[in-house]
Design a protein around this ligand. Sequence first.
Ligand code: 0X9
Ligand code: ZN
Length: 417
Amino acid sequence: MTFKFFKMTIVSLFILSTYVSANDQLTIVTFQFKKKEDRDLAARFSHLDILSQNTGKAIVNSYDLKMMKEKIPHLILEAKPLKTTAFKGGPSIKGKEEEIEFPQGDEKFHTYKEVTDLLKKYARDFPTITSLSSIGTTIQGRSMWALKLTNQKNLRNEKVPGIIFMGTHHAREHLSTEVPMGLIKHLLTNYEKDPAIKDLIDSREIIIVPMINPDGAMHDIKGRRYKMWRKNMRKERNDLYGVDLNRNYGYKWGTGGSSSSRRSDVFMGPKPFSEPETIAVKDFLEENEHIKIVLSYHTFSELILYPWGHKNAGVGGKDQKVFEKMAKKMSSWTGYKPQRSSDLYIASGDTCDWVYGALKKFCFTFELTPKNYWQGGFYPGAKVIDRVIKANIKPALYLIKNAIDPYAVLKEPRTNI
Ligand code: 0X9
Ligand code: ZN
């Protein structure tokens, strides 16, 4: 009896300590920047939301806060604890795939299971213009689904130009799953109705991977409570720490704006391409030379970003002009601000630096709605989904059209946007 009680106490203490250690105080930090270098410095500790030339904010975990207080106290204007706590590490929450659901009110967002089922349905309903495959398996064993939209007659023709759209590298950026899902729906349901769309699907390969980091995204919503999780689900024994997939790509990896501490939200990983998710993207893009343009959706801030991201310089030459011209054009439809990634802050190991640096393909990062933290930040609510999808259709169609020859945009007449 005594022993039983003792055992129960030990068990409950263990459960309690797991629960406590699994929750971490989040803090919203306001920064004051005197010069651009200050922004780049702060970006080494956490992901930043730049508010103006001179101010920025970041929601940080206790580890990143400690490091900031130690290393860059002069940049911190204010640090306010948030009411919500975040998952810190420790074991991940168990749960069956079909039981995972978004928090109340946000059920319209697609869970991984809903994405999987819908993509399978599309593949069944539109067999002549779609094919569904997986580009790899995540660290927790989920398939990274890719829906290819093209007329089946193209399948053996390698000359058909390709384009890839990717969503949700970062777990908490759920709107970046919805935009590629909305794009698929728009393309498929308009194939018969809109000759321009029929023509694009018939003459291109459009590859859409709505979730690069489904493990992280599902972790972020488990228990129907948002956890502000950013990274993948890399863990050691029972200690979940995660790698920032947008710091893990292998071009100029680890050269600034990322951290070698695994507790950091911008942890670059132990080596470039250490994660199955980034390896899958790498292998896929290396194997598919016909892909000319890459778009990676993220949230938030309403920006259209292009390389370089790891250094304060543009890519130069004709390519820079293509990036600028395309970004400006797409900005005219979305209102998102076009800029070089490093103008925001320096960060190395992101998708587009590798895509352009290693493969010389054009690559954009869209930071979707909202504009700032006060408009909802990473969790703007389901009410914005339709509007954001709609705003992003024209830019997507424009890139699909130009995948045949991105340099052709240089011949377009100048616009004064
Ligand atoms: O920091 C990131 O990975 C991206 N922002 S997010 O809020 N979605 O995390 C921006 C990446 C831009 N790239 C560089 N500045 N290099
Ligand atoms: Zn992101």
